[in-house]
Structure formats: structure tokens, C-alpha cells
Design a protein around this ligand. Structure first.
Ligand code: SAM
Ligand code: SF4
Ligand code: SF4
Length: 383
């Protein structure tokens, strides 16, 4: 077995203050990056804290009592998040995903959802607003989130077996509470619910079929189970390729039990390959970020809890939008929406990230740490 090396140093990331170009045209919803990819999806991390310690994301050895989470003063306020989100919408974003850390730990999150629900796309449509959660607080919060304007929800669920689930969250949290959260989400009208299972070879692959069966029998098409390949994100989880169970293998395991048929992608930039049960029992998805890179149409930007913009999940450098939100022009006046929108447009138009494709081509080692910097952690940027 290879040795897991866990860096214990501070985990903050480098971030430059973005350049504000003079005389940039107003955003028209059509910005594209250097590879021609539009900007459609903004993932907003609302906290870097979590009540779980999933070993693939926040291993206890690193995220212990001494770990310094971000202080309250450095988090973007709801007003700041709404303002930045509005500027991204002006550039073409139509989908917002709230994430974390555990987003339901952020107090009064439904107030933020209600503010974001007021935004309209460039062609006047309401936004698609969703949230990814570990489900631990969902039973209590589902209705308030739905009432505030949340449309859909994704719940992470790595096992149905209670012992395996408790081991994977590493805080002894019972699976039954999360399952009640899923029921509550459906009862509140958050549908379809997506369930994300990170499959780690040697840890939870025996849960693939039981979880699929549970979802089919209890919920049918109202819940979509998606299998995620364990990713080499961040620098603390001791990732090893031999712990990745490729999606094709997961699908073969399922196909021994159930007849599946492929479906077309529902939208450009869709991360999951979609399949359905031939008997109409619902849909499953496979997110194969390790074995089948989907960088070529990646239209996602990520905003950290403290307002840093990351253009790729595997980036090591962010762009400090908070410095513009809270800072001043050289003449002492505040940066305007037009200024900040111009800075965002410039950043996106210069983007050329495609880490997973390069990893697939065997070039990732050359990329990671190329500036001697640590890649961003999942709990900080949300996934
Ligand atoms: N705490 C929330 C949750 O777990 O749903 C939201 C944040 S979590 C970082 C977002 C998603 O990232 C979860 O579905 C989680 O399973 C996934 N994730 C975290 N680390 C991962 C890794 N190394 N590989 C694949 N997925 C990962
Ligand atoms: Fe927390 Fe989500 Fe990371 Fe698990 S995956 S430690 S629940 S942020
Ligand atoms: Fe997008 Fe980066 Fe993931 Fe490729 S590796 S799909 S560019 S986030």
C-alpha cells in the first residue's frame, strides 16, 4: 500500500485581484472562453465548514480541532453573493448551485435562496437554483428552502448500509436521518431529487446495487441516483488511482441486476452520462470525471465562501472578487457593477482550463503544483 501524505500547513489559496478593463462593453450573456465554452453555471460555496468528515473530502487528520476555518468576517454576505450572482447572470449564467462545506450549516440560507430567486436570466426567465447537501439537516430545512424558491436538490449518499455510511462520514452519522431528509425534500416538492454516490473501490462498491434497488423501489423516477468517480481533487485525501472504480465498471455491476438503456444528454455541459431502467423504474447517471473527461463543454465557474472565483475544480489560483466588492478604485470610489462585470468577463474570456482532459492525456502531473501551489480543496469550493 502506498503511503498517504497529508500536508498539515495552512490551506488557503493564492488569489490575485482581477484586472478591471477600461471601456469593456456591457455583458450580453454571450461571453465565451478561449476554448469557445460559454458561462452557464455558477457554483457558490456558502461555508467552508461541515459536520461530516468524509475521508475523500475532509479527512479528520487534517480537518481537526486545530484547523482554522474562515472567520465570519471574510465570508461574502448574502447581499454580496446576490450582487456577484447577478453579474454572472448578465454574462449568461442560468443555473446556480449552492454548496459548501455543508451549505445547510449557513444560518438562514433560505433568505439567500429567496434573494437569488428574484434574479432573471438575460432573456427574462427565472434561474434554475439548486443545492448540494449531505442531507443531515434536510428534514428540518426542506420546506423552508422550497418556499424560498429552491427548485431542486442534490443529496450526497454513499451507502445504504448504516455501518458503512457512518464509517464514510467519519462522524458516526446515521443513514436513516439522511433518508428522512430525502423523503422531506420530495414531500416539499423538490423534484427530481438527485442522489450522488461517490464510489470508492474497496470502501463502498458493495452498496451500488442495494442503493439502486432502494431508490427504484421507494421513489421510482422521482429520484435519480448518480455514481461519481472518486476524484483527485485537492491535496489532502491521499487519492490513489487504484481506489477509483470507473463508471463503466459501476454500470456493468448494475446491468447484472437491471436492464439499462442509454439516454441523450439533457443539456450541453451536462456532467452525468444518463441511462434509464428499461422497465420504466427511473434514471441513473454516471459522472466519470476521471475516466472520461468532460472539459470540452465545461461551462462552470465556482465562487468560494470568501469570494474567490475559480475557473476549474482543479485550479490552484483564484481571482479575488471580494477585493473588488469591498475595495475602491484608485480615485477612492467604489467599483461599480459594470466594473466588476467587466473584470469577470475578462477572466472568463481568458480561461483555458481543462485539467481532466490533460490528466487523461497523462499531462496532469506537469500541471499540478506547477506554481508550487496546492490545488483547491473540495470542501472549500464545493464540487
Ligand atoms: N457537503 C455537501 C455534500 O456533501 O453534498 C456539499 C459539498 S460536497 C464537497 C459536494 C460533492 O462533492 C458531494 O457530492 C461529494 O460527495 C463530492 N466530493 C467530495 N470530494 C470528492 C472526491 N474526492 N471525489 C468525488 N466527489 C467528491
Ligand atoms: Fe462535508 Fe460534503 Fe465534504 Fe462530506 S463531501 S466532508 S459532507 S463537504
Ligand atoms: Fe471543468 Fe476543470 Fe472539471 Fe475540466 S477539470 S470539467 S475544466 S472543472
Amino acid at each position: 500500500m502506498g503511503e498517504t501524505i497529508i500536508p498539515l500547513a495552512d490551506l488557503r489559496y493564492a488569489a490575485a485581484v482581477p484586472r478591471v478593463p477600461a471601456g469593456a462593453p456591457a455583458p450580453n450573456g454571450l461571453v465565451a472562453d478561449r476554448l469557445g465554452r460559454p458561462l452557464h453555471d455558477l457554483r457558490i460555496s456558502v461555508t467552508d465548514r461541515c459536520n461530516f468528515r468524509c475521508s475523500y473530502c475532509m479527512p479528520k487528520e487534517v480537518f481537526d480541532r486545530d484547523y482554522r476555518f474562515l472567520p465570519q468576517s471574510s465570508l461574502l454576505s448574502f447581499e454580496e453573493i446576490r450582487r456577484v450572482a447577478g453579474l454572472f447572470v448578465a454574462h449568461g449564467v442560468s443555473k446556480l448551485r449552492l454548496t459548501g462545506g455543508e451549505p445547510l450549516l449557513r444560518k438562514h440560507l433560505e433568505v439567500l435562496v429567496a434573494q437569488l430567486a428574484q434574479l432573471r436570466t438575460v432573456d427574462g426567465r427565472p434561474l434554475d437554483i439548486t443545492l448540494t447537501t449531505n442531507g443531515s439537516l434536510l428534514e428540518r430545512k426542506a420546506q423552508a428552502l422550497r418556499d424560498a424558491g429552491l427548485k431542486r436538490i442534490t443529496v450526497s449518499l454513499d451507502a445504504l448500509d448504516d455501518a458503512i455510511f457512518r464509517r464514510m462520514n467519519d462522524v458516526d452519522f446515521p443513514v436513516a436521518d439522511v433518508l428522512r431528509g430525502v423523503d422531506a425534500a420530495l414531500a416539499a416538492g423538490l423534484a427530481p431529487v438527485k442522489l450522488n454516490m461517490v464510489v470508492k473501490r474497496g470502501t463502498n462498491e458493495q452498496e451500488i446495487v442495494p442503493l439502486a434497488r432502494y431508490v427504484r423501489e421507494r421513489y421510482g423516477p422521482r429520484v435519480v441516483l448518480r455514481f461519481i468517480e472518486y476524484m483527485d481533487v485537492g491535496a489532502t485525501n491521499g487519492w490513489r488511482m487504484d481506489e477509483v472504480l470507473p463508471s463503466d465498471d459501476v454500470r456493468k455491476v448494475l446491468q447484472r441486476e437491471f436492464a439499462l438503456e442509454p439516454l441523450d444528454a439533457s443539456a450541453p455541459g451536462e456532467t452525468a452520462e444518463r441511462w434509464r431502467y428499461a422497465d420504466g423504474g427511473g434514471e441513473v447517471g454516471f459522472i466519470s470525471s476521471v475516466t472520461k473527461a468532460f472539459c470540452s463543454d465545461c461551462n462552470r465557474a465556482r465562487l468560494s465562501t470568501e469570494g474567490k472565483l475559480f475557473l476549474c475544480l482543479f485550479a490552484s489560483r483564484g481571482h479575488d472578487l471580494r477585493a473588488l466588492l469591498r475595495g475602491q478604485r484608485p480615485d477612492g470610489s467604489a467599483w461599480s457593477d459594470a466594473d466588476i462585470a467587466a473584470a469577470i468577463g475578462l477572466l472568463w474570456s481568458e480561461r483555458d482550463d481543462r485539467y481532466s482532459e490533460l490528466r487523461g492525456a497523462g499531462q496532469a502531473a506537469a500541471l499540478s503544483g506547477s506554481h508550487g501551489e496546492r490545488r483547491v480543496e473540495m470542501h472549500y469550493i464545493g464540487g
